[in-house]
Design a protein around this ligand. Structure first.
Ligand code: HOZ
Length: 429
């Protein structure tokens, strides 16, 4: 496989950009190879700058639920761009997208658009502290809520991928207000939330963890989380940046029938452009400036270009049968993957919810950060490189999710399964 042009670009990129990348995981450090540079993408296919083609199971880390360059999304972007890309003033498209989001997720009585998932979660936590007058934030080991200071405590995604213990530059005074406890552990959850010394403003959770690899929530855990936070006047924040419009039109909160107090969104609602959002009960959201004293702002927030892309994407996912078809395709793929694993001596387990999944290289089960960390990352790296060499583009980290899109045809999925079966035969060497 020729990778000369990627190598040339990567050499240049490393002199201009830290690690040669604008987000750490895509540097492929944990999977033992250099990153390939993508030239273009369409449907479920990526084409790199050397002309190699790949079936894409990353989907830009979640936004590409329709596949790349969906014609309706592209047309919306092109048509809107011709009329101006950002006004720094209200426009009708942000009202339309807010209405679409509210209709899909009734717990969001009001919503504020920002430009990334990180902005959404940091704003939601500030709002929770402002609304409750309390200080502490509780998160869960291995969950990743973006790179705002208060979240870089036992965080997932690139933090565990690169084995960064925390992050220099985050003052102890900030970190001491964040408490990270084990995911799916109801006993420790209850002990923590009932500890009155802790002055807890909110609990923020990925309702389906996607940033330590996919970890499925125990239904009792989510229900206990909702009951305890409601009882104790602690705000429950669902970080649905990945799961929003991924697991259902109403996200994880629809799938698990749990209404959080605040929700953070991103990825799919931007149609591939930078959009985040946070929203929730009117009485809470009315604390946000200019209605209230909790300040948050953004020059490009609600820009017409991103709003149009998000609206076009939500138009398509909102059509009858979209999620049923995606669920059926994903369930079949996940079952086939599990069948391949069961036939192989390689210790591995697949965790899947809807169209997001992770193949962990450990016997499992993987139910939290500790069990996820038992995965054999060296073996994952070999699997990753073998699959890439055979035209299958996976997440360049054991601790990320891979995604099925509406653009994956049965033939694409069968090719990936055949490559997986062939790869597993070599992984015991
Ligand atoms: N936050 C992204 C996935 N969870 C990682 C993207 C990257 O570092 O390339």
């Amino acid at each position: 496989m020729k990778t000369q042009r990627s190598a040339e670009l990567f050499a240049l990129a490393q002199t201009y950009i830290p690690g040669g990348v604008n987000s750490p995981v895509r540097a492929c450090r944990s999977v033992g190879c250099d990153p390939l540079f993508v030239a273009k993408a369409a449907g479920c296919q990526l084409i790199d700058v050397d002309g190699n083609t790949y079936i894409d199971f990353v989907g830009s880390w979640g936004p590409m639920i329709l596949g790349h360059a969906h014609p309706e999304v592209v047309a919306a972007i092109c048509d809107t761009a011709a009329a101006g890309t950002s006004f720094g003033a209200p426009c009708a498209l942000e009202v339309a997208l807010a209405d679409r989001v509210r209709n899909a997720m009734p717990s969001l009585e009001k919503v504020r658009f920002v430009n990334s998932g990180t902005e959404a979660t940091m704003s939601a936590v500030r709002l929770a502290r402002g609304y409750t007058g309390r200080r502490m934030v509780v998160k869960f080991d291995g969950c990743y809520h973006g790179h705002a200071d208060s979240f870089l405590v036992k965080a997932g995604s690139g933090v565990i991928t690169l084995g960064i213990p925390g992050s220099p530059g985050v003052p102890e005074d900030i970190v001491k207000n964040t408490l990270s406890i084990p995911y799916n552990d109801v006993e420790i959850l209850e002990q923590t939330l009932r500890d009155e010394r802790l002055d807890i403003a909110c609990v923020i959770v990925e309702p389906v963890a996607g940033n330590m690899g996919v970890v499925v929530p125990d239904p009792l855990f989510l229900r206990a989380l909702r009951a305890l936070t409601a009882e104790l006047g602690i705000l429950l924040i669902f970080d649905e940046v990945i799961t929003g419009f991924r697991l259902a039109a109403g996200g994880a909160q629809e799938r698990f029938s749990i209404q959080p107090d605040l929700t953070c969104l991103g990825k799919i609602i931007g149609g591939g452009l930078p959009v985040g959002a946070y929203g929730g009960k009117k009485e809470i959201m009315d604390m946000v400036a200019p209605d209230g004293p909790v300040y948050q702002a953004g020059t490009l927030s609600g820009n017409p270009l991103a709003m149009a892309a998000g609206l076009a994407m939500l138009d398509v996912v909102g059509r009858p049968g979209f999620y049923e078809e995606l669920e059926e395709k994903s369930a079949w793929f996940g079952a086939e993957l599990a069948r391949i694993i069961a036939k192989s001596p390689v210790p591995a387990v697949v965790n899947r919810v809807g169209s997001m999944m992770t193949c962990f290289f450990t016997a499992g089960p993987v139910t939290d950060f500790t069990s996820a960390m038992r995965a054999d990352t060296e073996r994952y790296g070999r699997y990753y490189r073998q699959m890439l060499a055979h035209g299958v583009w996976l997440a360049p980290s054991q601790f990320e999710a891979t995604f099925i899109s509406a653009a994956h045809e049965r033939t694409d999925l069968e090719k990936a399964l055949n490559m997986t079966e062939a790869s597993f035969k070599k992984l015991m060497d």
